[in-house]
Design a protein around this ligand. Structure first.
Ligand code: FE2
Length: 423
């Protein structure tokens, strides 16, 4: 007798298997499990995947679009200025409530782990207080990992460094930074050395907003890779955005990418946001601002897609669906080979889980029993359709269900329903 069986689904690697769950754990993944189950989910013909993971988000700002007003220019810098007003106006309760609503959306989409940057700039640290409370509220069903993010600069803001340390002391999980926003290239590089040392001393991971600019000479990623290697932080460091790499000189990149690969750091581009925020100072041709995804992957550098923003000062859309993120990334990075399309699905599941260090993740015996059943036949079809999440299971409990997205048709000589699935 087991608590739950997900029967006959197709796993991302193409195997067809039953998944048996007892308590919070997967106890078997094999064909033809005969044990009785308290609950059965029939998944034959559907894709069963480990849950989606978002490695880059801003939960303290989410669902605030239009407060105090919309970002008229659409630029990163106007977004930062707007947020600077909002973070002093929003109460802790408001930020918790907006975060809870967003997490409801996330759960409905099978997104069960989120790494969120938390602005540590203001002395009141209401953002940190709110996100720590939210982390506890959602803990039973969603892993919320928090990054101490000095939005206005570790050195450029009056108490930037002290407040980042306070946030870590309050229980924030990961060390963040924004070197391209410091006053000079030298101070940006110094901030990275400082932040990596703080992380090494405290045994924490590092996730830096790094070179989020169209400036081809913004080269903080080389310092981040160097510090990762020097301090032995391989596997614990991520460079988010890396958009300047889009504009860098090819000869320099031919030196840079092996350095990143040697260092053991990961990259987190955020295609929805990069495509709308970068290139805003260009006329035509207009740069797209996405970092060099395929080129990094060819060298074995882990690259995961992040969402970054939903309905906030930087982005006026968004759905909490990591398949939207993968879909946009696939297009902008031109990842159209069959293996590349399938990889885009892996990037928003397994790769992201590995980058943020999520324990016990996956569909195997002994893993945490968290999964999503999609109305698709395989990972590439899931990216193409961004289909209904028929069932979402978190730590052994069914936490969301959706109906398939079939439409009823009224056409002469045609079937009464239409499915967009091809498999
Ligand atoms: Fe971000």
């Amino acid at each position: 007798m087991v608590d739950l069986i997900v029967r006959g689904g197709t796993l991302p690697d193409g195997r067809v298997a039953d998944i048996a769950i007892t308590g919070e754990r997967i106890v078997a993944v094999e064909q033809g499990i005969t044990a009785e189950a308290g609950t059965t989910i029939e998944a034959a013909g559907h894709l069963v995947s480990p849950p989606f993971v978002d490695p880059h988000f801003h939960m303290d700002a989410t669902l605030s679009y239009g407060i105090p007003r919309v970002n008229a220019s659409g630029t990163l810098l106007e977004g930062i200025a707007l947020w600077g007003e909002l973070r002093d106006q929003a109460t802790v309760d408001e930020m918790v409530e907006r975060g809870l609503r967003y997490c409801d959306w996330a759960v409905s989409m099978g997104l069960l782990a989120i790494r969120s940057h938390v602005d540590t700039t203001p002395d009141h640290l209401n953002t940190v207080t709110a996100m720590l409370e939210l982390r506890e509220r959602v803990r039973p069903y969603l892993d919320l990992q928090l990054v101490a993010f000095p939005q206005d600069g570790l050195y450029r803001a009056p108490n930037g460094r002290a407040n980042l340390i306070r946030a870590l002391d309050m229980g924030v999980d990961v060390v963040g930074g924004i070197p391209h926003f410091e006053r000079t290239m030298e101070e940006g590089a110094a901030s990275l050395r400082d932040l990596c040392r703080i992380a090494a001393d405290r045994g924490l991971m590092v996730d830096i907003h790094c070179d989020e600019t169209d400036d081809p000479l913004s080269r903080h990623v080389e310092t981040l890779a160097c510090e990762t290697q020097r301090l032995g932080l391989a596997g614990r460091v991520a460079g988010s955005h890396l958009t300047s790499m889009h504009s860098m000189d090819n000869y320099y990149v031919s030196k840079l990418l092996p350095l990143i690969a040697e260092s053991g750091m990961a990259a987190i581009p955020n295609p929805l946001i990069n495509i709308v925020l970068q290139g805003r100072h260009d006329s035509y041709p207009k740069r797209r601002g996405l970092t060099r995804v395929k080129e990094m992957q060819a060298l074995g550098i882990p690259v995961g897609w992040g969402q970054d923003c939903v309905l906030d000062p930087w982005y006026s859309l968004g759905t909490a669906d990591m398949l939207d993120v993968a879909f946009m990334g696939l297009h902008v990075a031109q990842m159209t080979h069959p293996a590349e399309m399938a990889r885009c699905f892996t990037m928003v599941t397994e790769t992201n889980a590995a980058i943020i260090g999520l324990p016990d993740y996956g569909l195997h015996k002994g893993a945490l029993a968290s999964l999503v059943v999609l109305d698709a036949g395989n990972p590439t079809e899931a990216v193409r359709l961004r289909p209904a999440r028929l069932a979402v299971v978190s730590r052994g409990k069914v936490v969301a269900r959706s109906a398939p997205g079939d439409a009823a048709l009224s056409l002469p000589g045609r079937p009464g329903t239409v499915r967009r699935r091809a498999s």
